[in-house]
Design a protein around this ligand. Structure first.
Ligand SMILES: CC(C)(COP(=O)(O)OP(=O)(O)OC[C@H]1O[C@@H](n2cnc3c(N)ncnc32)[C@H](O)[C@@H]1OP(=O)(O)O)[C@@H](O)C(=O)NCCC(=O)NCCS
Length: 327
């Protein structure tokens, strides 16, 4: 039976670092509050000339180089993003052109911070069905363009980055993506989102004035939902893969808040040390978060063949999910 295995990973973070001390000069906040509530110490901000597809292509290029795969040999590109270059064409089309991956069909997936998990699962289905041999899944965001820099409740949380995972078909028994669970509860659309700039509230001077194109969030509600749903979905996914929490060697988590991860790990019954943490350096980079985390763990040599990796992510929608991978 055909499975999808990870052939390579890559990431890209813009050069500009915005520290908590820098934010203290912009809004009424302080380093101690941000670190104790979220674990974030700094985040990256894209340069004026950089759009999401530029970040995405840089990360994608790294993943291809890591795997030693030529752009021509990629069959499918999925860019997971909620901050694409423009409403249309898709961010993935720009990325396909930048990579020169002329044989790949390309499209975007918008599942907010769970985007890369949804993208991985979609790519896996194409690979299992035999339609695709190599799929490049990229999570990329320039959230700095959609943050209200006068709102301390949100602007301290988010950052810009891109991460990429190249999946390939393999006949090796028991390796690769073993199970994935994707969930959505649309009754919670009101607790996190960017509500202006689309068909319900098209761009207008009034919309811009009201900052309706910026991220709105009811933080405490998001926190409660995330800590409840993440361990549940990972537990279900492990069960679907015929595994338990005791089998997990590493957790690759969407980095929204260190406390959310700590709580989820505790409820899951997996020691916190098994989770790769980089929220201190990047903040919440939405769909980029999981792929850059996997890339860091991979390049650090932490992932050994046969290791069980549990993945978890949650975001606006609310959309969330879990995946289990054998490296
Ligand atoms: C946002 C979050 C860190 C806030 O932490 P919290 O402990 O819930 O804090 P609260 O919202 O209750 O606010 C506590 C106080 O801190 C203040 N505060 C909010 N942001 C602040 C900031 N950046 N700096 C200093 N004070 C701040 C609030 O105004 C409030 O003040 P008050 O008590 O005088 O009203 C937390 O709710 C969270 O992480 N939620 C999930 C967010 C998330 O992950 N979103 C993305 C999901 S993909």
């Amino acid at each position: 039976m055909t499975n999808s295995i990870v052939l390579g990973t890559g990431s890209y973070a813009p050069q500009r670092v915005l520290s908590n001390a820098d934010l203290e000069k912009i809004v009424r906040t302080n380093n101690e509050w941000i670190v104790s509530r979220t674990g974030i110490r700094e985040r990256r901000v894209a340069a004026d000339h950089e759009a999401t597809s530029d970040l995405a292509a840089a990360a994608g290029r790294e993943a291809l180089q890591f795997a030693g795969v030529k752009p021509d040999d990629v069959d499918m590109i999925i860019v997971c993003t909620v901050t694409g270059d423009s409403p249309t064409p898709s961010c993935a089309s720009f990325v396909q052109a930048q990579l020169g991956a002329k044989n790949a069909f390309a499209f975007d997936v918008g599942a907010a911070c769970a985007g890369s998990l949804f993208g991985l699962s979609i790519a896996d289905q194409f690979i299992r069905s035999g339609k695709v041999k190599r799929a490049l899944v990229i999570g990329a965001e320039t959230l700095s363009r959609f943050v209200d820099w006068t709102n301390r409740e949100t602007c301290v949380l988010f950052g810009d980055a891109a991460g990429a995972i190249l999946l390939g078909a393999s006949e090796e028994e028991g390796r690769g993506l073993l199970a994935a669970s994707l969930r959505t509860d649309g009754s919670m659309t009101g607790i996190l989102g960017i509500y202006g700039g689309g068909s319900r509230r098209p761009p207008s001077a009034e919309m811009l004035e009201e900052k309706a194109g910026k991220i709105k969030m009811r933080g405490r509600e998001v926190y409660k939902v995330a800590t409840r749903l993440l361990p549940e979905v990972v537990g279900d996914t492990l069960e679907a893969a015929g595994l338990t929490a005791a089998d997990v060697d590493h957790v690759i988590a969407h980095q929204a808040n260190k406390r959310i991860i700590e709580s989820a790990m505790q409820n899951l019954g997996v020691p916190f040390e098994k989770c790769w943490i980089n929220i201190d350096r990047y903040g919440n980079t939405s769909s980029a978060s999981m792929p850059i985390t996997l890339d860091e763990a991979n390049r650090a040599g932490k992932l050994k063949k046969g290791d069980v990796i549990a993945m978890m992510a949650i975001g606006a929608g609310m959309t969330w999910g879990g995946a289990v991978l054998r490296w």
